[in-house]
Write a protein that binds this ligand. Structure first.
Ligand SMILES: C=C(O[C@@H]1C=C(C(=O)O)C=C[C@H]1O)C(=O)O
Length: 319
């Protein structure tokens, strides 16, 4: 028994020593983030309102940090827990640098977007919940929030939110991230995917996707759109169309790789689509960690009493 107690005590002394080192390093990292924030503030005047937080956040850098660490990860600590811990730390340090407020689409029937936002931006970030998509977007446009977490576009949307950001104006937000970045874990509404919009300029990582909106006077078939994209050297991942009675035909296209607002392929696409067409970049994101990158761990099990069935689950029930 004494030997068992001694072993335990010795291992716990080692854990205490590791904790002290981790804590020291965490405080050291905090100091570095403070200095990074000071350097950013020297480059441009930054105020204290939520929209000013866009001048501090660097989603590309955040994605690269996580991708690198997950790539070198070993041992029994699940990779998704690594992601969660780093997300909590990065978000907290971002808030040490400057203000950050997250608007989230939280209709009563779909609480999962709140979970996605909290997993990514941490437990301390102020979250403003909106049960209307337009209000969440307005929160960013009007400066109450730094970013907004919105549903991934899907076919058949009757009033797609991406139309609101398909405008070339500096203060209009664009897509800056896709969530969840790691495993959904115990997030409610397990299949949920979200896009984040904000005004911070996008930067490339080595794993990016771009989003654009193509607008034409007359409806364009899916295959004609593919041909035009091909002519403009843009590789589509998905295309979703929307047409309002009497309005132009609008299609949101996700493409492989990074897409800057002034990418010459946008002009080439508009030209390939014919007169009175336009193609506008609406942002993009660093691709979330893939199943291969997260290999070695099974997705967490959904709780037995999930209060929010996913849309897939509810349509399955009805069938
Ligand atoms: C520290 C920085 O600022 C923020 C915080 C980051 C971090 O804690 O690593 C990374 C990117 C930024 O969103 C930075 O830009 O490097």
């Amino acid at each position: 028994m004494a030997e068992h107690d001694d072993q335990l005590a010795a291992l716990r002394r080692e854990i205490d020593s590791v904790d002290t080192q981790l804590h020291d390093l965490l405080m050291q990292r905090t100091e570095l983030a403070v200095r990074v924030g000071e350097v950013k503030a020297k480059a441009q005047p930054i105020g204290r309102t939520p929209s000013e937080g866009a001048k501090f956040v660097r989603p590309a850098r955040e994605a690269k940090i996580l991708r690198r660490l997950i790539g070198r990860h070993k041992g029994k600590l699940p990779k998704s827990v690594m992601v969660r811990m780093w997300r909590e730390m990065i978000s907290a340090l971002l808030q040490v640098e400057g203000p950050f407020v997250v608007a989230v689409y939280t209709p009563p029937e779909e609480p999962g977007y709140w979970d996605i936002a909290r997993d990514h931006y941490g437990c301390r970030v102020p979250i403003l919940g909106f049960d209307r998509l337009n209000h969440a977007i307005s929160a960013v446009l009007e400066g109450q929030a730094t970013v907004a977490v919105l549903p991934m576009p899907h076919e058949g949307d009757r009033d797609p939110w991406w139309r609101r950001i398909a405008v070339k104006q500096p203060k209009v937000p664009h897509v800056i991230a896709r969530l969840p970045f790691g495993n959904p874990g115990n997030q409610r509404g397990r299949g949920l995917q979200a896009l984040v919009i904000g005004t911070t300029p996008n930067e490339p990582t080595d794993h990016d996707r771009g989003l654009l909106v193509a607008e034409t006077r007359e409806p364009v078939s899916r295959s004609a759109m593919r041909d035009a994209l091909n002519a403009a050297k843009l590789k589509p991942v998905f295309i979703q169309a929307f047409q309002e009675l009497g309005g132009p035909d609008q299609q949101v296209v996700e493409v492989e790789g990074f897409l800057a607002p002034d990418d010459p392929r946008l002009a080439a696409l508009a030209e390939a689509l014919g007169p009175n067409s336009r193609a506008i970049a609406i942002g993009g994101y660093a691709v979330p960690l893939t199943a291969e990158e997260l290999a070695g761990e099974k997705p967490a099990k959904a709780p037995a009493t999930d209060p929010a069935p996913t849309p897939e689950a509810s349509s399955g029930d009805a069938a």
